[in-house]
Design a protein around this ligand. Sequence first.
Ligand code: CU
Length: 194
Amino acid sequence: MLRRAAILSALLVLLTSATTSATEVVTINDSFTGFEPSATLATLGERVTWENDDGFLHSATGKAPLRLWSRDISPGGSASRVFNQAGAFPYLCRIHNNMTGIVRVPIVVTPATGTPTTTFTVRAGIAAPPAGFRYVIQRRAPGAGRFSAWKTIATATTTFRSSVRGVWRFRSQLRKVSNGAASNFSPVDSVTIG
Ligand SMILES: [Cu+2]
């Protein structure tokens, strides 16, 4: 009996930790106010949940040309999607096209600071991009006025090392190989080489 109780409590701990993972909530109050908030900042691998408090059917549908996902959200119901790639992903309601929103997922570069001998890890996704996609990464050197092309990768991460001291900035987008359709660029992450 005692053993069964122990197993049960262990299971409960497992279940609890699995269900407490972060989620960003977007609410639909009615078709006039649209998605609240309309801009969502999610960390890599985080879930975004849309809750429909309205009496009508709505959807959260990734915009063209990527059309990455579409979730119908029934009246009083909810739907969700986990964002496993860095980028900015505009979406709309497929029924009311003037209802729009965007989910922004920052690229992650670690560690935050280092020296010319530090190897930094640049992460554009939780895992490698989906089949047929690549991560396109841009960087902005210290003192540079703009971002420029750096790497296109088919893996989750790549490495960065430089003897140029200062703040290096990175951003990425998810791009389809076959037609070049891409997400918007992610929010920026930066590292400082001192
Ligand atoms: Cu709608």
